[in-house]
Design a protein around this ligand. Structure first.
Ligand SMILES: [Zn+2]
Length: 250
């Protein structure tokens, strides 16, 4: 192979490892979210051998700088440098680890190989994993905030302030998941739920990333809010995010 054709097949990018699975005896398939290429599926060869330096780098929730070469079906990782070792600190804490899993599964569902919407989804996931790995803040609240903002970034922004149907200013307490948030008494369709007003306030704070207001919330409202977030996510993904049910709630 000539030098120029090798160069045209090689590219560099940064990625967050969403998921990995075994391939053959020693290889691993790595699913990454990159800001410039969307989702990338690549083969990391020989990484399951104990001598492999790539192995510990290409684990879930790691931020890595990569060099890849285009392959016939999957691209091949030729170099990987660890930039954010989030997976290491997350592996030590079950609640944070399961929250990271639910984030990564959601990011995988909300993105594809198209690069158009990848950058904002990448930034959002990077911020959320870094916050989880820092160990500050409640894992469940970081997760719920991420889920609402990831859905909003995908074009499904909910409203927990103004009525989603007529725009009447809130606060409103009836929530309608198919409509995408709170509805006023005039618009309220049958089948809307009536969570506590504090839960609706919490959801608005989670969507806005208003952590002072989130920190002031109580456990009952957090649980109720988590149920609404999970329902909203499921409605749009038309499928359950499996790892959500493993998340431990404070
Ligand atoms: Zn209304």
């Amino acid at each position: 192979m000539s030098r120029s054709s090798f160069a045209s097949k090689t590219y560099r990018t940064q990625g967050l490892v969403l998921r990995t699975h075994k391939l053959g005896e020693a290889d691993r398939i790595v699913v990454l979210l990159t800001p410039d290429r969307g989702q990338v599926r690549a083969v990391a060869k020989g990484v399951r051998r104990t001598s492999s330096k790539l192995g510990a780098t290409l684990e879930p929730f790691m931020l890595v700088d990569l060099q890849l070469v285009h392959g016939r079906s999957l691209d091949i990782v030729t170099q990987a440098q660890l930039r954010g070792p989030y997976g290491q600190s997350l592996a030590a804490d079950y609640a944070r680890y399961t929250a990271a899993h639910a984030m990564a599964e959601t990011a995988e569902r909300l993105t594809d190989a198209d690069s158009e919407s990848a950058a904002p989804q990448f930034r959002l996931l990077h911020g959320a994993l870094a916050a989880l790995a820092r160990g500050t803040g409640d894992a469940g609240q970081l997760l719920d905030s991420y889920l609402l903002r990831a859905l909003a970034t995908a074009g499904w922004a909910p409203s927990f302030t103004v009525c989603v149907r007529c725009g009447a200013p809130g606060p409103h307490t009836a929530v309608n998941i198919p409509l995408g948030g709170v509805v006023c008494p005039d618009c309220r369709p049958a089948g809307s739920s009536s969570p506590a007003p504090e839960t609706v306030e919490l959801l608005a704070a989670l969507l806005a990333g208003d952590w002072d207001r989130v920190a002031a919330s109580g456990p009952a409202h957090r649980r109720e809010g988590a149920g609404i977030v999970a329902g909203y996510l499921q409605w749009h993904l038309e499928r359950v995010v499996k790892s959500l049910k493993h998340v431990e709630r404070a």
